[in-house]
Design a protein around this ligand. Structure first.
Ligand code: NAG
Ligand code: NAG
Ligand code: NAG
Length: 517
């Protein structure tokens, strides 16, 4: 039996832009550990990350180390880069905390925006996002890009707009990438995000052309003035590939369960979400890939240069050096009495206090869940994490679902059609005083779209992959649908008809598992 599921809208064909990309598939984790060789090199990091890429990842990894990796958890053997982001955890009302299942590993998109794109140089590394942020500057939702002011275009504000927390419901028209810049609250997720949350982060792509890193790991890079596309600031005219990470978390497993989600850095808001990258390609090879791998499908199989391994093969690759001795006592997956590293939850909106690397001491402050996350506020002390041996996480979810294949809106997130957004956006004000509820609520029930199953579409690309002994066929189908677009401006409503091309996944499987990856 075949079923078709919307997974994302691809607007490349709408934009008329000659944007090309490839989607590095990193379906398996290399590990889950308190490691961060960029920000906290040489020691146990303050908080946990999910790590993908070259096996030589460690607390002090360098480019050369990564190049020496025995394997990579991504599917292209020439890519031994390191990719990492904080992990997502669920805190029950009694304070017990556990890792939320990561679905399909992560995808690292190499989007080729701009002209004369230069490969990352050897030794290049960067950070996107700010782990201490707990508030958002700017209108919610984003104004239409053509109306962005100088204020919208400050580097700080572009960086905030570079985050996305996509509420997944495969039965509906997908949300655009980087549409919601905060983690929705639990109640909203329960009601709307039947297939979990896709965390997204877009990296800056304008380089100063000389520094491989900078003191804060950000200053050698800037965003172009539309986050993904647009103009690079003066002094940062060298365009490198635009990196975009997507990671799906099965928050839906906690539907109806009291408690709240929190990122490993103690951030329940999402504003402090961040991503790290250490370049691990051979430079000339990466340059050839940038120049050659421009197939609009983004499929790694469409690039003749790539040596592709199966998902199962990539899954065999795990952290080679589980180096730092203190990490052997960590249990970041839980269930445990709090986040590993004894990271306190910091709600904001003030800039969060700095977390110290190496921490194993008991926390000094109690955390309380906001009333909105459960029937009653509960106050819970986070205790020192229990002593359990480090073990590589299993990838049962990955194996079962074959990975979170999803397609970036390669036009950059806001699905802009005739200047209007594709999704119906309504902003409701939030008046609760509990910190977590201070997150603005965006209601984003998509405009109703004709059921595309009945639409005549043309298959523009297909691929197959094997997972857990099942062969899946992915067909990317181009369909024209009519979408009613409601302007975000609250004062009036405008309607426009828009043509949208949708990506569909079609698969052969007797039950609906894959539709829920
Ligand atoms: C806290 O609640 C969860 C969910 O009901 C349960 O699994 C866990 O064992 C509880 N923890 C403690 C310490 O009682
Ligand atoms: C790209 O390179 C070409 C050839 O060197 C040059 O003419 C053009 O101005 C460059 N474009 C940008 C945006 O730098
Ligand atoms: C929002 O975060 C910034 C840090 O970027 C901080 O300076 C500011 O005080 C915060 N706003 C509030 C209301 O706390």
């Amino acid at each position: 039996m075949k079923s078709t599921t919307h997974i994302a809208a691809a607007m490349a064909l709408l934009s008329g832009a000659a944007d090309a990309f490839w989607r590095m598939e990193c379906h398996s984790r290399l590990g889950l550990a308190r490691l961060d060789p960029i920000v906290e090199p040489g020691e146990v990091a303050s908080h946990a990350h999910v790590i993908h890429g070259g096996s030589n990842f460690a607390e002090d990894t360098t480019y050369e180390d990564l190049r020496d990796s025995d394997c990579t958890s991504c599917r292209v053997t020439q890519d031994t880069s390191a990719y990492w982001t904080p992990s997502l955890h669920f805190v029950y009302e009694n304070g017990t905390t556990e890792l939320v299942n990561q679905v399909g590993g992560m995808l690292a998109y190499y989007l080729l925006y701009g002209e004369n794109i230069t490969a990352f140089p050897a030794g290049f590394q960067m950070l996107a996002g700010d782990t201490r942020l707990r508030n958002f500057s700017g209108a919610v939702p984003d104004p239409e890009k053509s109306l962005w002011t100088a204020e919208d275009k400050t580097q700080h504000n572009l960086g905030q707009k570079a985050l996305g927390f996509n509420c997944l419901n495969y039965a509906k028209t997908p949300e655009g990438s980087m549409y919601r810049h905060f983690l929705p609250d639990k109640e909203y997720m329960d009601a709307n995000c039947a297939d979990g949350i896709r965390a997204e982060i877009f990296f800056p792509s304008c380089w100063n052309g000389k520094d491989l890193d900078s003191t804060n790991h950000r200053d050698h890079m800037k965003y172009p003035d539309l986050v993904n596309d647009g103009t690079c600031p003066e002094g940062f005219e060298t365009r490198v590939p635009s990196l975009f990470y997507e990671t799906i978390w099965n928050t839906a497993a906690y539907n109806g369960v009291g408690g709240q989600f929190v990122w490993a850095n103690g951030d329940p808001t999402g504003y402090g979400y961040h991503g790290d990258f250490i370049m691990g390609w051979e430079v000339d090879f990466l340059q050839s890939a940038v120049d050659t791998c421009t197939d609009p499908s983004g499929e790694i199989e469409a690039c003749p240069l790539f040596n592709i391994i199966t998902e199962a093969e990539a899954a065999k690759c795990t952290l080679k050096n589980s180096v730092v001795k203190a990490l052997s006592d960590d249990d970041c997956a839980g269930p445990a009495d709090g986040l590993c590293g004894n990271v306190p939850i910091q709600y904001g909106p003030a800039y969060a206090s700095k977390l110290n690397p190496g921490g194993t001491a008991p926390p000094t402050s109690a955390v309380s869940l906001p009333a909105s996350s459960g029937a009653e506020a509960s106050t819970t002390s986070i205790e020192a994490v229990p002593t359990l041996s480090y073990k590589a996480p299993t990838s049962a979810v990955t194996d079962k679902y074959g990975g979170g294949i999803s397609v970036a809106n390669v036009n950059g997130g806001d699905v802009s059609v005739g200047g209007e957004r594709h999704n119906t956006l309504k902003t409701t004000s939030s008046s609760s005083t509990t910190p977590a509820a201070a997150i603005p609520v965006v209601t984003s029930a998509p405009a109703s779209v004709a059921d595309s199953e009945s639409e005549a579409g043309s298959i523009i690309a297909t691929s197959t992959y094997t997972s857990a002994g099942t062969v899946y066929e992915v067909a990317i189908e181009e369909v024209e649908v009519y979408v009613t677009v409601e302007a975000a401006a609250p004062a009036r409503k405008r309607y426009a008809h828009a043509h949208a091309h949708h990506m569909h996944h079609r698969r052969d499987k007797e039950h609906g598992l894959l539709g829920r990856y």
